[in-house]
Design a protein around this ligand. Structure first.
Ligand code: SAM
Length: 204
């Protein structure tokens, strides 16, 4: 499906961001102060790297920034990129080779859109669940998660699960998110480590 180029598309080109998505994270960061005190970030589904550019602006040359995606990215100085499927244990092991704890997990995952709504929703929820599991595995106590979720049948159930493991949970639709899109962003703060052991299947 071909998308109309909008204000944010042109703004991103003008300001040197790789994606219009960068403005979603900027807005979320300004509103929810997600980078306060943060020194390590894991960005799931990071390609082409607009969010990584924003992370880099906040962290500078200090700290650890790891990006993961199925698709290659053009390298960003100081960013460790792992090419892999976030639903695959092999990818988790590769992240573990770099670190076992981060302050902030970001996830902006979208499946290849088929146009069949129920299928796209189901696939996106699977990616959001995989991201939540990775956040549970890697977040330090008190850490934060920003997670894209398509609204639909499983949305509330996933929110309930997030509320069980974070003290504060907000939902937001940044202005750069297209009105007609079902995507919402969940901002979850103060991770409660850890009543339950990590499991790659517990939310499957
Ligand atoms: C909306 S884009 C992310 C944009 C990014 N936040 C940015 O600012 O440039 C969604 C990404 O999800 C990735 N993706 C989808 N399924 C994935 C999976 N199973 N594992 C890793 N990445 C995946 C796609 O390759 C795509 O790059």
């Amino acid at each position: 499906m071909k998308r109309k180029k909008d204000h944010y598309y042109f703004k991103a080109r003008e300001e040197g961001y790789r994606s219009r998505a960068a403005y979603k994270l900027k807005e979320i960061a300004a509103r929810f102060k997600i980078f306060k005190g943060v020194q390590s970030v894991l960005d799931l589904c990071c390609s082409p790297g607009g969010w990584l550019q924003v992370v880099k602006e906040y962290l500078g040359d200090e700290g650890t920034i790891i990006g993961v995606d199925l698709s290659e990215i053009e390298s960003i100085n100081g960013v460790i990129f792992i090419k892999g499927d976030i639903q695959n244990e092999k990818t988790i092991r590769r992240i573990l080779e770099v670190t076992d704890k981060v302050d902030l997990v970001l996830s902006d995952c979208s499946p290849k859109v088929s146009g069949i709504w129920s299928l796209d929703h189901e696939r996106q929820i699977q990616l959001a669940k995989a991201s939540l599991n990775i956040a549970k595995r890697f977040l330090r106590e008190g850490g934060s998660l920003v997670l894209k979720v398509f609204q639909g049948a499983e949305y509330e159930c996933l929110l309930d699960e997030i509320r069980r493991v974070f003290q504060r949970v907000y939902t937001t639709k940044p202005s750069a998110s297209r009105k007609q899109s079902a995507e919402m962003y969940v901002v979850a703060k103060y991770f409660k480590r850890k009543e339950e052991p990590y499991s790659s299947t517990s939310l499957a």
